[in-house]
Ligand binder design. Structure first.
Ligand code: GLU
Length: 294
């Protein structure tokens, strides 16, 4: 069900503290903040620090400093994903109980080798997901339960994946979402199957981005998801997870991306557009607003 129109709007900015914020983050944060202000809405900040190997407290502090410097403020307490692993486990358990999840054992290298062999045999390309990663091969899904239990008992590292075929079979009609952003707008018909058997949790990360983001948006009562166009395709998977978990459907607005000098999407390793560096070089918050056109 779509968010009710009489509810106070709730928007959120959800960075990962695995690098310094850049101009693209500034655009996302300012759009969310401005939208909340203009509509008497609430503005929340969420720290997406599931990947504990790459996220650090210093980078988290830098996010607060950069956002405060930009003139943004948010409701406390901030939700930090690393403090809510139990919520993601519960969501995973619900999908397992619905028979929609299986353990997968192939490493990235094993997938690559399998795809190479498949392509050589069939003379055509194995399909990739919208992020360009090969769809997960069907081997593990076909394993009998007894074999899965033995592999796990023997200590084989495994991830849990969504059985996309079984999950899609639950849909009587295609899921949609309402989009008001800078790309396609209107009622968008989703095609989650293009993500294949997406990862929901790994042995080294208790939840995937996709699972935690839908859980958190629901827990935090987010009514408007405003984020970059690079996450537009992921919304198909998010809608499917929301449906399977009985979570509400927010409205979506995927905004234009700020591109680097080479015309590519900014990355966190790209120092020249880091807010901290621009600030040290003498830029003011209004200079940043002018640079991002917001
Ligand atoms: N944590 C994601 C990022 O830093 C944003 C997730 C979202 O807005 O849904 O790109």
């Amino acid at each position: 069900m779509a968010a009710s129109s009489c509810q106070r709007p709730v928007s959120r900015f959800a960075p990962s503290p695995n690098g310094r914020l850049h101009l693209g983050h500034a655009l996302s944060a300012c759009l969310n903040f401005d939208r909340a202000k203009a509509s008497d809405g609430r503005f929340l900040l969420r720290i997406e620090d599931i990947d504990q190997t790459r996220c650090t407290p210093a980078l988290e502090q830098a996010i607060y400093d950069d956002l405060h410097w930009l003139g943004l403020s948010w409701e406390e307490p901030v939700r930090r994903q690393s403090e809510h692993f139990d919520a993601y486990h519960a969501a995973l358990d619900s999908l397992i109980a619905q028979g929609l999840v299986y353990p997968s054992f192939m490493t990235r290298g094993a997938v690559k080798a399998w795809v190479k062999a498949w392509e050589a045999e069939h003379g055509k390309a194995w399909p990739c997901d919208p992020d360009g990663a090969p769809l997960y091969p069907p081997l593990d899904k076909a394993r009998p339960d007894s074999e899965r239990r033995t592999l796990i008992a023997d200590g084989h590292r495994h991830a849990f994946r969504l059985d996309m075929e079984a999950a899609s079979a639950r849909l009587a009609v295609a899921l949609t979402f309402t989009e008001t952003g800078d790309g396609k707008t209107g009622v968008i018909v989703t095609d989650p199957a293009r993500w294949g058997d997406a990862v929901l949790s790994r042995s080294d990360a208790p939840s995937s981005y996709h699972l935690s983001v839908v859980v958190d948006d629901a827990v935090q009562g987010v009514t408007h998801v405003v984020r970059g166009l690079d996450l537009f395709a992921a919304t198909d998977l998010h809608r499917l997870l929301q449906f399977l978990l009985g979570l509400p459907e927010p409205l979506y607005h995927h905004h234009r991306l700020i591109l680097g000098a080479d015309g590519r999407k900014l990355s966190k390793s790209e120092g020249s557009t880091a807010l901290g560096l621009l600030r040290e070089e003498g830029a003011s918050p209004s200079d940043i607003r002018a640079l991002i056109g917001c």
